[in-house]
Design a protein. Structure first.
Length: 331
């Protein structure tokens, strides 16, 4: 009997509170406020120089993938690298004052597909606008980063740049032994005996390794074709040294004709002006409102996390059964 009274009292109190809330909010208008902020359109900013022409600096850094950047606690819409580069090239295509393009590259590379698409988009831009492109290597421009740079007419590298790693790789973990230790068994139902190729739950067979090696060889052949097309002054001896996948310092790369000049961003700017036939020009960068852009080394908005950050987060390591073919230097 006492329990029923307590329950009845509780329900009565609930209804009284609800009624008071209803009265107190009568006539009030509620507005839904979202904390999510969509990506704003790119804006142009002059970071140095003056003149009738423009030299666009476009940043290509972080790991080259289609994936959006992951930043914990951020409510801003993130634009992936591929989408941002496409957006910048389209904006530059509509501006006849853009006379040259500088690719500011600082990346260990990325997926085969993303690297190839960036290269393709830059080549299409060159064809459409008939402008010169210069790549400037900062700390690192390896593998897919060098693949993208092959679209440039001229490459400037710092003496301390790390570049090269002209090669293709596909990684996977074999966790079968670990699963056996913890008493977990994997069961797969498949339509064909190769449907689960490259599964991390079992070793790859010899036949499967041959199949994947053929794909790797095909991607590597394409990589070398891109390098040959962009580096016409490379000798067969240079290419033989380069194609085993090793990395080089900027100075070593210069000797092997992987780069055309040892220098810095200012040297890339001067080359771009000369190639465009202008003594003076505005050096510009596209950015999103609210981001810091002050000089030729400022980060571009939407830039992917550094390769080191993404490695620490485990994003570069194989986490899914399907393979990831990479133009990536991952020692």
């Amino acid at each position: 009997m006492n329990v029923r009274k307590k329950r009845g009292s509780g329900l009565l109190a609930f209804y009284l509170v609800a009624a008071l809330f209803s009265v107190s909010t009568a006539g009030c208008a509620f507005v839904n406020v979202t904390l999510y902020q969509p990506a704003l359109p790119l804006q142009e900013k002059v970071i140095e120089g003056a003149g009738p022409g423009k030299v666009l600096v476009m940043d290509i850094s972080g790991v080259l993938t289609y994936e959006e950047e992951k930043r914990g606690g951020s409510f801003k819409e993130q634009v992936n690298l591929i989408a941002r580069v496409k957006e910048e090239l389209e904006k530059a295509s509509q501006d006849n004052e853009v006379k040259a393009l500088i690719l500011r590259i600082n990346t260990p590379g990325g997926t085969v597909s993303a690297s190839d698409l960036l290269y393709h988009e830059i080549m299409q831009f060159k064809k459409k606008r008939k402008v010169k492109v210069v790549a400037c290597f900062l700390g690192m421009a390896t593998s897919g980063g060098y693949y993208v740079a092959s679209a440039a007419d001229h490459i400037v590298a710092q003496p301390t740049t790390l570049t090269g790693s002209v090669g293709t790789i596909a990684l996977k973990f074999n966790v079968q032994g670990l699963m056996e230790k913890v008493g977990v068994e994997e069961e797969t139902v498949k339509s064909g005996n190769k449907k689960d190729m490259w599964s991390p739950f079992r070793p790859a067979t010899s036949e499967e390794k041959v199949i994947f090696q053929r794909i790797i060889d095909e991607y590597q052949s394409r990589f070398l074709e891109v390098v040959r097309a962009g580096r016409k002054n490379m000798t067969d001896s240079d290419l033989t040294t380069v194609e085993d996948g090793r990395v080089f310092s900027g100075t070593q790369a210069f000797r092997l004709h992987l780069v055309d000049e040892l220098g810095y961003m200012n040297d890339a700017v001067q080359w771009a002006k000369a190639a465009a036939g202008v003594e003076k020009a505005q050096v510009i960068i596209y950015h999103r409102p609210g981001t810091y852009v002050d000089n030729i080394y400022s980060k571009s908005p939407g830039e992917a996390l550094s390769w080191a950050d993404r490695l620490q987060q485990g994003e570069l390591l194989p986490q899914r059964p399907e393979p990831r073919f990479m133009y990536l230097w991952l020692p």
